[in-house]
Design a protein. Structure first.
Length: 131
């Protein structure tokens, strides 16, 4: 289901990278954080940085650990990493809120990164893009 609203910067969503991508690009559903401004979403596109539970080897200046971030519906014990070298602009059609399954169906959750994590991700993006 497509995201029915314009997500705000720092919001954590789930992105479906299953279609239209080829390895070594992202090719599955994974959590992402929105890094584009809300006022830039007029075409129902936004820029995201994906998260991974696989620790980068070696860790580079464009990888940011998120040890205190837990995305609902995913492995609670796994540490997340923001992979700023995999930044992508995607359609709202690929995005959805994280959710957990309940007896009543899906229970969608809202998660927004703390300002310190967003600042670190911005620094990682500048390092990767050479800005």
């Amino acid at each position: 289901m497509a995201l029915p609203y314009f997500p705000r910067r720092g919001e954590v969503l789930v992105c479906d990278f299953d279609t239209g991508f080829q390895p070594p690009e992202m090719v599955k559903k994974r959590p992402v954080v929105v890094v584009s401004r809300r006022d830039s979403h007029s075409r129902r596109l936004c820029t995201v940085v994906p998260f991974s539970t696989t620790e980068p080897t070696p860790a580079m200046p464009w990888h940011h650990p998120l040890p205190h971030v837990t995305v609902p519906g995913l492995q609670a014990a796994a540490q997340m990493w923001a992979k700023c070298d995999m930044v992508a602009t995607v359609s709202f059609e690929r995005l959805n809120k994280p959710y957990v399954k309940t007896r009543q169906g899906r229970s969608y959750r809202e998660l927004v990164l703390e300002a310190a994590d967003m600042a670190a991700i911005e620094t990682c993006l500048r390092a990767y893009l050479g800005l």
